[in-house]
Write a protein that binds this ligand. Structure first.
Ligand code: PEP
Ligand code: MN
Length: 337
């Protein structure tokens, strides 16, 4: 349910409605808008409670929200949300390009890639310190040492850092060192991790599960917002299909679908979405054209020797060339880069 406040509602009236919501054991989520404030209500059983709130001072109307997800829905917040990661806005006119190695391997490797990304115009650095690997024998990441390396790379290049947390313990470390917390495809429905991310003080980059429907994807984001963290960026990274010529099938059609249903920004990861270095640039161009707010791209200075995801990692030179292409496409679709 959504309580829409009058345009001239005072801060006291807004607080009064929030208190009335909480007094009934529900949760109030004030959502300031360009014109007026709305207050999302979660935890209630249906529209039966509407009359209680309709009569409160400053209330314009109480409307039911038809989707199962509430706080992520455009019904609740019509304007696009802009999520800032280390000061970089995502979801506005500016396109945001996140680059970095799949895994932080060494200090030297991370710094070489970070410097090249910075020189090419990337906005954020991403690298995994905790890696969710299919095989327990594969490189699992450097853990806290990897987070310290990322912090060093940020100190030198100024690029804010995004990195994955695979469990609650790791999330606390990631929250401490990084500028945003990535929740990976395999954890998209790890509900206790989502709830903890919802209580974090840092933005969350939520990747789509490899078999998640659009509704499941948005419901997972809802878990995070419902706990009070409204800074969520979605990321399409490909889903499993019968098609076997690429690692995953990059579902670019989900971008406009998310845009129509939700106010949250959505990025695209063509690296995991294709699994092949030569397909990263064409799918990046397509993702931007279809309306993505940014890209997540795996870059390695020596991809054939990468400890994780080498076949889909592009080189710094390929990354720089792709940035040039994106700079030409951006103005055509009304974006900036
Ligand atoms: C990654 O970002 O390196 C990763 C493991 O991605 P995903 O969760 O999308 O598979
Ligand atoms: Mn990877």
């Amino acid at each position: 349910m959504l309580v829409v406040m009058r345009q001239d509602a005072t801060p006291e009236q807004i607080r009064g409605v929030a208190e009335a919501v909480e007094a009934r054991g529900f949760k109030a989520h004030p959502i300031p808008g360009a014109q007026r404030t709305a207050i999302g209500i979660t935890g209630n059983k249906g529209a039966l409670d509407a009359p209680i709130f309709e009569s409160l001072p400053g209330v314009l109307e109480v409307i039911p929200v038809s989707h199962a997800y509430k706080l992520v829905s455009r019904e609740v917040k019509p304007e696009n949300s802009i999520v800032r990661i280390g000061g970089v806005p995502i979801g506005g006119q500016d396109l945001v390009v996140v680059g970095g190695p799949c895994a932080v391997e060494t200090h030297e490797q991370t710094l070489i890639v970070a410097r090249a990304l910075k020189a090419a115009g990337a906005h954020l650095l991403r690298g995994g310190a905790f890696k969710p690997r299919t095989s327990p024998y594969s490189f699992q990441g450097l853990g806290e040492e990897g987070l310290k390396i990322l912090a060093d790379a940020r100190a030198e290049t100024g690029l804010p850092v995004v990195t994955e947390a695979v469990d609650i313990e790791g999330l606390e470390l990631v929250e401490h060192y990084a500028d945003a917390i990535q929740i990976g495809a395999r954890n998209m429905q790890n509900f206790s991790l989502l709830k903890r991310a919802g209580r974090a003080k840092k933005p969350v980059l939520l990747k789509r599960g490899m078999s998640a429907t659009l509704e499941e994807f948005l419901m997972s984001a809802e878990y995070i917002l419902a706990e009070g963290n409204y800074d969520v960026v979605l990321c399409e990274r490909g889903v499993r299909t019968f098609s076997d010529f690429s690692r995953n099938t990059l579902d670019l059609a989900v971008v406009p679908a998310v845009k129509s249903l939700s106010h949250l920004p959505i990025m695209v990861d063509p690296s995991h979405g294709t699994g092949r270095r030569d397909k990263v640039a064409p799918l990046s161009r397509a993702a931007i054209a279809v309306g993505a707010d940014g890209l997540l791209i795996e870059v390695h200075h020596d991809p054939n020797r990468a400890l994780s995801d080498g076949p889909q990692s592009i080189t710094p030179d390929m990354f720089a060339e792709l940035m040039q292409d994106l700079r030409q496409i951006a103005p055509v679709i009304g974006r900036r880069l």
